[in-house]
Write a protein that binds this ligand. Structure first.
Ligand code: PNS
Length: 162
């Protein structure tokens, strides 16, 4: 069985991520979306909230699971018996960072390859950080995130504004 892991912060998941998941689910028997638990990085959504939002947004895909991990991705890949890491590429500016990460992971776990998937052009500009900033400033992010995420952003920013 071919198993791929799609790791990331997903703070929050965007329609660009969902596009990559849908494409991956057609290429692999099982895709595990692995949300990183990074204690040093301040996230808007908690780990549990990020996992729940992804589950709600990928319920239509039978071979997709949502999980979280902490520590080294290579160890998690080994545990899950994964053969591939999925990463989305939007533009050439993503490439340098992604290439270094792929090479590092290749050295750490040589039996796993990183597969880059190009997002559809309509998602090229969509990033979690851009979506958070736009939503905070009152921009309409309807076309950029799943409806549950839009509602989650509205709720977070209502709490912050008080
Ligand atoms: O969505 P992001 O923030 O670009 O995802 C980055 C992520 C989570 C894939 C990366 O930071 C990661 O793999 N972290 C786990 C720690 C690790 O294994 N580091 C060594 C590989 S460079």
């Amino acid at each position: 069985m071919s198993i791929a892991v799609y790791p990331g912060s997903f703070d929050p998941v965007t329609n660009g991520h969902i596009d990559i998941v849908e494409k991956s689910s057609r290429l692999f028997d099982k895709v595990i979306i692995a949300v990183v638990h990074n204690v040093t990085k301040k996230a808007l959504f908690t780990l549990d909230e990020r996992v729940a939002l992804i589950k709600e947004s990928t319920g239509h895909l039978d071979n997709v699971e949502v999980d979280c991990f902490s520590g080294l991705l290579a160890n998690y890949l080994y545990e899950k018996n994964a053969g591939a890491i999925i990463r989305g590429l939007r533009s050439i500016s993503d490439f340098e960072y992604e290439m270094h990460m792929a090479m590092m992971n290749k050295r750490l776990i040589p039996e796993v390859d990183t597969i880059f998937i190009i997002a559809d052009t309509e998602y090229v500009f969509v990033s979690s950080s851009g979506v958070k900033e736009a939503a905070l400033l009152g921009g309409d992010v309807t076309s950029m995130v799943p409806p549950q995420v839009k509602a989650g952003l509205e709720q977070k920013y209502r709490q912050i504004r008080g």
